[in-house]
Ligand binder design. Structure first.
Ligand code: E4P
Length: 218
């Protein structure tokens, strides 16, 4: 399973990259706003750190304008993945970006299995189902991941399931159990994957016993 980091915070991306935990990055207009930077500058810096796909999102809602924005974003770096919304115009743009521009596409804001089916038929590289936002409505976001996994496997669609809107470490575990290809999570959630109270307790005990030996290793 690939780990993408869901942020435009350069410091956080560097830290996780140094830990070997960043296979790619996802950004969106809200994350660019949070970064306080210019989309081109911030995205270029992310691409200089991360070799894998870096999603940059168009903000146009009409096909022709989406393509113009995609052309601008694609020039930032070779590993830019163009993010388009799950609308008819977005799906049309997805097909064009994949076939005529030969670039990666992440179709975002997916909330149903039928939407994911359309994205796969449009040749999307990634589909981004938003599990946390589905959970917020009282439904189970992970059920959608399982449905998409089954549909894509039924027809051998190569589109990768990029589990997005991840809020908890349990989302990461469930996505991995279902067989999602990628999870994109905020830095704090990725770092929290390492935590277990018995690890902390066990380490404290080992260190206390080691101190009693009076020995040194180096
Ligand atoms: C990633 O591609 C999405 O934009 C992101 O995961 C959305 O997360 P949120 O629902 O926490 O804003």
């Amino acid at each position: 399973m690939k780990f993408f980091v869901d942020t435009a915070d350069i410091k956080e991306i560097r830290e996780l990259h140094d830990l070997g935990l960043v296979d790619g990055v996802t950004t969106n207009p809200s994350l660019i706003l949070k970064s306080g930077g210019n989309i081109t500058d911030v995205t270029k810096e992310i691409c200089s750190i991360v070799e894998g796909p870096v999603s940059a999102e168009v903000v146009a809602t009409e096909y022709g304008q989406m393509i113009k924005e995609a052309e601008v974003l694609a020039k930032i770096a070779d590993n830019i993945c163009i993010k388009v919304p799950l609308t008819l115009d977005g799906l049309k743009a997805c097909r064009t970006i994949r076939t005529s521009m030969n670039r990666l596409v992440n179709v975002t804001l997916c909330f149903s299995a039928n939407q994911a089916l359309l994205a796969a038929k449009a040749g999307a590289t990634f589909i981004s189902p938003f599990v946390g936002r589905i959970d917020d409505t009282g439904s189970d976001g992970m059920e959608l991941i399982a449905e998409i996994r089954q549909i894509y496997d039924n027809y051998d669609f190569p589109t990768e399931i990029l589990t997005a809107s991840v809020r908890t470490v349990n989302h990461v575990k469930q996505a991995a159990l279902i067989g999602a290809d990628v999870v994109t999570a905020p830095p704090a959630t990725l770092k929290a994957l390492v935590s277990h109270p018995l690890t902390d307790k066990g380490l404290a005990q080992f260190l206390a016993d080691w101190a009693k030996t009076g020995q040194k290793i180096a």
